[in-house]
Design a protein around this ligand. Sequence first.
Ligand code: NAP
Length: 556
Amino acid sequence: MSFSTSANAEPVAEIDVLVIGAGITGIYQLYRAREAGFSALLLEAGGGVGGTWYWNRYPGARFDSESYTYGYLFSKELFDEWEWREHFAGQPETERYLNHVVDRFELRHHMRFGTTVTSAEFDEATGTWNVVASDGTQHRARFLIAATGVLSVPYFPHVPGLAEFVGESYHTGLWPETPVDFTAKRVAVIGTGSSGVQIVPAVANQVASLTVYQRTPNWCTPLNNAPITPGEQAQLRADFEAIRDVLNTSVHGFLHQPHDGAAFDDSRAERRAFFEKMWNSPGFMKLTSNYTDLLFNEAANSEWCEFVAGKVRSIVEDPEMAEKLIPKDHRFGEKRPPFVTGYYETFNKPNVSIVDLQATPIVRVTERGIETTDGERDFDVIVWATGFDFGTGALLRMGIRGRDGLALADHWADGPTTFLGVQTTKFPNLFLPGGPHAAAGNNPRYNGDQVDFVTETLVYVRDHGYDVIEVTLEAEERWCEMIERNVALSSFTDKSYYFGTNIPGKPRRYLLNSGGRPKLFKEIARVHETDYKAFRLSQSASPVSPPRQAAAAGER
Ligand code: NAP
């Protein structure tokens, strides 16, 4: 890193690659950029490493992807030396793992914590990004890589009186580092998505009372977590290459084997037995290894939903309570389903109750608690498990401006437009791995594919003597059309936050890559075959530093 002086005499750090975000994607991006020989720095708003696994430290937070499929695969030594304790690790273990990786590969020295990016502006003359952070530091980066995550801006609903509550108030996605003491407290949890259904059973035994404010129940099925036995540890190590190959190529980035039959190939009794097997299977297997037509054949989906509803009725002793917990407005797979540990059982405890917000909506938050249309309840703690501004939330809050001072927020006023989810037109040298147009599946695998692609692209740019790269409009339009076309093939509907519909005023757009990993791989292969024709490559008029290998110049 070198330093120059800006017009107002503040020192400016000059760097090849500036990464924003120390989550699983940003850490890997920093590692890859440094490994490729770039000077690199990472800025992180949080006080430590982890991203999602730093901020979401609420009780009960844990993986629902198998631990060893979520961790990094770039180093066999790392895979061998880190022993995950459980098939689905809890947040503390994941945070420890990510800290271990950062220290193991000497990355911490290249990270600044507690540093929120407040503006990032592209300078056309030098082809660099001027980035200002909340601590007053300024950075000039050749390439800016925003690895700010899709679930990083917590959403608080616009409920009157939110600020008036005098007790403790927390959002699951903004959990404090100091552990929250729930002992003998009257606690409200608002929201029953993946976060809400994790925290409810985790605190139910400590609290005086727990009131769950539910607007819409979800199709929750068991996570079926277990410790990893020494025998399994040894097998994981022995199978590393095979595991890595599957994870690097499988459609969803899991190890799960897809099922090979459709629902009505089986008799009713066989389907019951198969559903029982699915119910007892780990995590996402209920999606990835279920009947091939489960998500698209209405009759098959209904039968599975009826099976799950039967399970809920058999676990929850109070039939009225059980009915409240069974979704009536959406089928399985229309939304991202949560996976749970002891969730339904929690509602058998005498100190746990549920408020159906469809029947009695929230009127306001008061000084003492929450008022719904059937009265006020007093609380010591309110937990907001009300979700996130998915996909674009963080990117649109960083003051990013591209060519001609164009704000990213204006460029994406109707929703994000990208190529491969890694670049957008008019914002040269800006990359967005792990951002909008990600794939539904095991996130680190897809985001890792994007990081690998971004890194090899930076190397290509450098080694061909260019210093500015911008995706063409044609490539971006082709990618966005593919996404729009394939939305119809997705099981998700706009009841899912994947369409941005949970945030008032947000454009309704599909925020994932509906073509999934296969389309990502296909387009990356095409980029290689066509020698990066999807991008416009140029050399800035007055570069801040000469290209390392000046083989070519001018525009292409
Ligand atoms: P979420 O799935 O968006 O759930 C938000 C919850 O808040 C929903 O129940 C929603 O109800 C409710 N809500 C929102 N606004 C409300 C309002 N005004 N009044 C009452 N209720 C309101 O958010 P999340 O649970 O944080 O999960 C987000 C994603 O994070 C997950 O889908 C998953 O991808 C990830 N995650 C993963 C894990 C894991 O196991 N690895 C754990 C936690 C989170 P409606 O449904 O009626 O809108």
